[in-house]
Design a protein around this ligand. Structure first.
Ligand SMILES: C[S@@+](CC[C@H](N)C(=O)[O-])C[C@H]1O[C@@H](n2cnc3c(N)ncnc32)[C@H](O)[C@@H]1O
Length: 258
Protein backbone atom coordinates (compact mmCIF):
# COMPACT_ATOMS: atom_id res chain seq x y z
CA UNK A 1 0.00 0.00 0.00
CA UNK A 2 2.80 2.38 0.98
CA UNK A 3 4.66 1.51 -2.24
CA UNK A 4 1.53 2.21 -4.30
CA UNK A 5 1.07 5.57 -2.56
CA UNK A 6 4.69 6.59 -3.17
CA UNK A 7 4.45 5.64 -6.82
CA UNK A 8 1.16 7.50 -7.21
CA UNK A 9 2.70 10.65 -5.75
CA UNK A 10 5.78 10.35 -7.91
CA UNK A 11 3.71 9.74 -11.05
CA UNK A 12 1.56 12.77 -10.40
CA UNK A 13 4.45 15.10 -9.60
CA UNK A 14 6.95 14.13 -12.26
CA UNK A 15 6.00 13.74 -15.86
CA UNK A 16 9.20 13.25 -17.86
CA UNK A 17 10.59 9.93 -19.05
CA UNK A 18 7.70 7.82 -20.38
CA UNK A 19 7.16 7.34 -24.10
CA UNK A 20 3.40 6.93 -23.70
CA UNK A 21 2.77 10.11 -21.65
CA UNK A 22 0.11 12.37 -23.19
CA UNK A 23 1.82 14.66 -25.70
CA UNK A 24 0.70 17.87 -23.97
CA UNK A 25 2.34 16.76 -20.73
CA UNK A 26 5.57 15.76 -22.48
CA UNK A 27 5.80 19.10 -24.25
CA UNK A 28 5.23 21.23 -21.16
CA UNK A 29 7.28 19.84 -18.31
CA UNK A 30 7.89 22.43 -15.61
CA UNK A 31 11.54 23.25 -14.96
CA UNK A 32 11.42 21.82 -11.47
CA UNK A 33 9.92 18.51 -12.55
CA UNK A 34 12.41 18.03 -15.35
CA UNK A 35 15.18 17.49 -12.82
CA UNK A 36 13.76 14.02 -12.23
CA UNK A 37 13.07 11.10 -14.50
CA UNK A 38 10.80 8.11 -14.04
CA UNK A 39 11.79 4.74 -15.47
CA UNK A 40 9.73 1.60 -15.73
CA UNK A 41 12.75 -0.68 -15.44
CA UNK A 42 14.46 -0.16 -12.15
CA UNK A 43 15.91 -1.74 -9.02
CA UNK A 44 13.11 -3.15 -6.80
CA UNK A 45 14.72 -1.41 -3.82
CA UNK A 46 14.36 1.97 -5.51
CA UNK A 47 11.30 4.10 -6.23
CA UNK A 48 11.81 4.22 -10.01
CA UNK A 49 12.66 7.92 -9.84
CA UNK A 50 16.11 8.97 -11.02
CA UNK A 51 18.15 12.08 -10.26
CA UNK A 52 21.37 12.90 -12.11
CA UNK A 53 21.67 9.28 -13.24
CA UNK A 54 21.07 7.44 -9.98
CA UNK A 55 17.95 5.85 -8.61
CA UNK A 56 16.42 7.15 -5.36
CA UNK A 57 15.93 4.48 -2.67
CA UNK A 58 12.79 3.76 -0.65
CA UNK A 59 12.64 5.58 2.69
CA UNK A 60 13.43 3.25 5.56
CA UNK A 61 10.19 2.89 7.52
CA UNK A 62 9.78 3.00 11.27
CA UNK A 63 10.05 -0.81 11.32
CA UNK A 64 13.75 -0.31 10.47
CA UNK A 65 14.48 1.48 13.77
CA UNK A 66 15.64 -1.75 15.42
CA UNK A 67 18.20 -2.18 12.65
CA UNK A 68 19.50 1.36 13.22
CA UNK A 69 19.92 0.52 16.93
CA UNK A 70 21.52 -2.92 16.44
CA UNK A 71 24.29 -3.69 18.89
CA UNK A 72 26.78 -4.54 16.11
CA UNK A 73 26.43 -1.10 14.52
CA UNK A 74 29.23 0.60 16.46
CA UNK A 75 31.70 -2.07 15.33
CA UNK A 76 30.41 -2.09 11.73
CA UNK A 77 30.18 1.68 11.28
CA UNK A 78 32.42 3.17 13.98
CA UNK A 79 29.86 5.88 14.70
CA UNK A 80 31.72 7.32 17.69
CA UNK A 81 34.87 7.72 15.59
CA UNK A 82 32.85 9.32 12.80
CA UNK A 83 31.28 11.88 15.14
CA UNK A 84 34.67 12.72 16.72
CA UNK A 85 36.19 13.23 13.27
CA UNK A 86 33.84 16.18 12.74
CA UNK A 87 35.69 18.15 15.44
CA UNK A 88 32.59 19.84 16.78
CA UNK A 89 32.93 22.57 19.38
CA UNK A 90 30.96 23.40 22.51
CA UNK A 91 28.09 25.67 21.57
CA UNK A 92 27.77 24.45 17.97
CA UNK A 93 24.30 24.09 16.48
CA UNK A 94 24.16 20.81 14.57
CA UNK A 95 21.33 19.54 12.34
CA UNK A 96 20.96 15.77 12.14
CA UNK A 97 18.87 15.48 8.99
CA UNK A 98 17.06 12.14 8.75
CA UNK A 99 17.75 11.55 12.43
CA UNK A 100 15.69 8.36 12.62
CA UNK A 101 15.39 7.11 16.19
CA UNK A 102 18.24 9.34 17.33
CA UNK A 103 21.35 7.14 17.44
CA UNK A 104 23.51 9.82 15.78
CA UNK A 105 21.74 12.78 17.41
CA UNK A 106 22.57 11.49 20.88
CA UNK A 107 26.27 11.05 19.98
CA UNK A 108 26.37 14.56 18.51
CA UNK A 109 24.64 16.06 21.54
CA UNK A 110 27.49 15.01 23.84
CA UNK A 111 30.15 16.67 21.65
CA UNK A 112 28.67 20.18 21.81
CA UNK A 113 27.94 20.50 25.52
CA UNK A 114 27.39 22.58 27.54
CA UNK A 115 25.41 25.00 25.39
CA UNK A 116 25.25 23.48 21.91
CA UNK A 117 22.11 22.05 20.38
CA UNK A 118 21.14 19.26 17.97
CA UNK A 119 18.19 19.86 15.67
CA UNK A 120 16.95 16.34 14.90
CA UNK A 121 14.93 16.43 11.68
CA UNK A 122 12.92 13.55 10.28
CA UNK A 123 9.82 13.03 8.16
CA UNK A 124 8.46 10.22 10.34
CA UNK A 125 6.84 11.26 13.60
CA UNK A 126 7.22 7.70 14.98
CA UNK A 127 11.00 8.01 14.65
CA UNK A 128 10.98 11.35 16.47
CA UNK A 129 8.75 9.95 19.23
CA UNK A 130 11.25 7.17 19.80
CA UNK A 131 14.13 9.67 19.81
CA UNK A 132 12.33 11.71 22.49
CA UNK A 133 11.84 8.63 24.66
CA UNK A 134 15.58 7.85 24.49
CA UNK A 135 16.57 11.44 25.23
CA UNK A 136 14.39 11.41 28.35
CA UNK A 137 15.71 7.99 29.36
CA UNK A 138 19.36 9.14 29.08
CA UNK A 139 18.66 12.66 30.40
CA UNK A 140 19.81 14.33 27.17
CA UNK A 141 18.39 17.85 27.10
CA UNK A 142 19.99 19.45 24.05
CA UNK A 143 18.21 17.59 21.23
CA UNK A 144 15.20 19.22 19.59
CA UNK A 145 13.00 17.01 17.39
CA UNK A 146 11.70 18.66 14.20
CA UNK A 147 9.16 17.14 11.84
CA UNK A 148 10.27 18.00 8.31
CA UNK A 149 8.68 17.33 4.93
CA UNK A 150 9.98 15.60 1.80
CA UNK A 151 11.15 19.00 0.51
CA UNK A 152 11.85 21.02 3.65
CA UNK A 153 13.95 20.56 6.76
CA UNK A 154 11.98 23.31 8.56
CA UNK A 155 15.25 24.74 9.92
CA UNK A 156 15.69 28.51 10.21
CA UNK A 157 17.85 30.18 7.54
CA UNK A 158 21.55 30.62 8.45
CA UNK A 159 21.08 28.93 11.84
CA UNK A 160 23.27 25.81 11.70
CA UNK A 161 27.05 25.30 12.02
CA UNK A 162 27.01 21.76 10.67
CA UNK A 163 24.33 19.61 9.04
CA UNK A 164 24.88 15.87 8.78
CA UNK A 165 23.01 13.11 6.93
CA UNK A 166 24.03 9.61 7.98
CA UNK A 167 22.69 6.98 5.56
CA UNK A 168 19.93 9.38 4.52
CA UNK A 169 20.60 11.44 1.40
CA UNK A 170 20.09 8.55 -1.07
CA UNK A 171 16.48 8.28 0.27
CA UNK A 172 15.46 11.89 -0.36
CA UNK A 173 12.51 11.90 -2.72
CA UNK A 174 13.44 15.48 -3.69
CA UNK A 175 17.22 15.71 -3.30
CA UNK A 176 17.55 19.00 -5.18
CA UNK A 177 14.94 20.75 -3.05
CA UNK A 178 16.35 19.30 0.18
CA UNK A 179 19.92 20.40 -0.63
CA UNK A 180 18.73 23.90 -1.48
CA UNK A 181 16.84 24.05 1.81
CA UNK A 182 19.69 22.64 3.92
CA UNK A 183 22.24 24.93 2.28
CA UNK A 184 20.02 27.90 3.18
CA UNK A 185 19.92 26.70 6.81
CA UNK A 186 23.75 26.69 7.08
CA UNK A 187 25.55 29.67 8.52
CA UNK A 188 28.16 31.21 6.19
CA UNK A 189 31.17 28.87 6.34
CA UNK A 190 28.99 26.09 7.83
CA UNK A 191 29.55 22.44 6.86
CA UNK A 192 27.31 19.86 5.21
CA UNK A 193 28.36 16.25 5.77
CA UNK A 194 27.22 13.20 3.78
CA UNK A 195 27.88 9.79 5.35
CA UNK A 196 27.04 7.18 2.72
CA UNK A 197 27.91 3.53 2.15
CA UNK A 198 30.67 3.34 -0.46
CA UNK A 199 29.31 2.30 -3.86
CA UNK A 200 32.87 1.96 -5.12
CA UNK A 201 33.35 -1.05 -2.84
CA UNK A 202 31.47 -4.22 -3.91
CA UNK A 203 32.29 -5.81 -0.53
CA UNK A 204 30.16 -3.32 1.43
CA UNK A 205 27.14 -5.51 2.27
CA UNK A 206 24.35 -3.01 1.50
CA UNK A 207 21.79 -2.93 -1.34
CA UNK A 208 23.03 -1.00 -4.38
CA UNK A 209 20.50 1.87 -4.27
CA UNK A 210 21.43 2.48 -0.63
CA UNK A 211 25.06 3.14 -1.58
CA UNK A 212 26.55 6.27 -3.15
CA UNK A 213 29.88 6.90 -4.84
CA UNK A 214 31.91 9.93 -3.89
CA UNK A 215 31.78 11.14 -7.50
CA UNK A 216 27.96 11.04 -7.50
CA UNK A 217 27.67 12.90 -4.19
CA UNK A 218 30.04 15.58 -5.45
CA UNK A 219 28.20 15.88 -8.75
CA UNK A 220 24.92 16.52 -6.92
CA UNK A 221 26.20 18.78 -4.15
CA UNK A 222 28.60 20.94 -6.17
CA UNK A 223 25.96 22.46 -8.42
CA UNK A 224 26.67 26.21 -8.31
CA UNK A 225 23.13 27.15 -7.24
CA UNK A 226 23.66 25.36 -3.94
CA UNK A 227 26.64 27.50 -2.86
CA UNK A 228 28.55 24.48 -1.53
CA UNK A 229 32.22 23.65 -2.06
CA UNK A 230 33.77 20.25 -1.42
CA UNK A 231 36.12 20.52 1.54
CA UNK A 232 37.39 17.00 2.34
CA UNK A 233 36.53 13.32 2.34
CA UNK A 234 37.36 11.50 5.55
CA UNK A 235 38.37 7.89 4.96
CA UNK A 236 38.30 6.37 8.41
CA UNK A 237 35.20 4.20 8.41
CA UNK A 238 35.02 0.53 7.44
CA UNK A 239 32.00 0.86 5.12
CA UNK A 240 31.13 4.55 4.57
CA UNK A 241 32.78 7.69 3.33
CA UNK A 242 32.36 10.99 5.14
CA UNK A 243 32.12 13.68 2.47
CA UNK A 244 32.28 17.26 3.72
CA UNK A 245 31.18 20.44 1.92
CA UNK A 246 31.41 24.02 3.10
CA UNK A 247 28.92 26.80 2.50
CA UNK A 248 30.60 29.83 1.00
CA UNK A 249 31.19 32.73 3.37
CA UNK A 250 29.35 35.12 1.10
CA UNK A 251 26.28 34.17 -0.89
CA UNK A 252 27.86 33.78 -4.33
CA UNK A 253 24.98 31.76 -5.79
CA UNK A 254 23.75 33.00 -9.18
CA UNK A 255 20.84 35.38 -8.65
CA UNK A 256 17.63 34.81 -10.62
CA UNK A 257 17.15 37.27 -13.49
CA UNK A 258 14.26 39.70 -12.92
C1 LIG B 1 18.27 4.85 7.12
S1 LIG B 1 17.51 5.96 8.24
C2 LIG B 1 18.95 6.67 9.03
C3 LIG B 1 18.64 7.25 10.41
C4 LIG B 1 19.81 7.87 11.15
N1 LIG B 1 20.49 8.88 10.36
C5 LIG B 1 20.79 6.81 11.59
O1 LIG B 1 21.81 6.65 10.91
O2 LIG B 1 20.54 6.16 12.59
C6 LIG B 1 16.98 7.28 7.15
C7 LIG B 1 16.05 8.29 7.81
O3 LIG B 1 15.91 9.41 6.93
C8 LIG B 1 14.59 9.88 7.03
N2 LIG B 1 14.27 10.70 5.85
C9 LIG B 1 14.04 10.31 4.58
N3 LIG B 1 13.76 11.37 3.79
C10 LIG B 1 13.83 12.48 4.58
C11 LIG B 1 13.65 13.88 4.37
N4 LIG B 1 13.34 14.39 3.18
N5 LIG B 1 13.82 14.71 5.42
C12 LIG B 1 14.13 14.24 6.65
N6 LIG B 1 14.30 12.93 6.92
C13 LIG B 1 14.16 12.05 5.90
C14 LIG B 1 13.75 8.63 7.17
O4 LIG B 1 12.49 8.90 7.72
C15 LIG B 1 14.64 7.77 8.09
O5 LIG B 1 14.32 7.95 9.44
Amino acid sequence: MRFVLVLTTVFSLCCSGFADEPAAKQEQPTRKMSRYELRREHDPNGIGKFYMGREIAHVMGFAGADWLERSSREEEERLTLMVRSLQLRPGNVVADIGAGSGVISMLLAEQILPDGKVMAVDVQQEMLDRLEIYCKQYDIKNVEPILGTQKRSCLKPASVDLAIMVDVYHEFEFPWEMLQDISAALKPGGRLVFVEYRKEDPDVPIKEVHKMSQAQVRKEAEQPELGLTWSETIHILPRQHVIVFRKSDADTRPQPTP
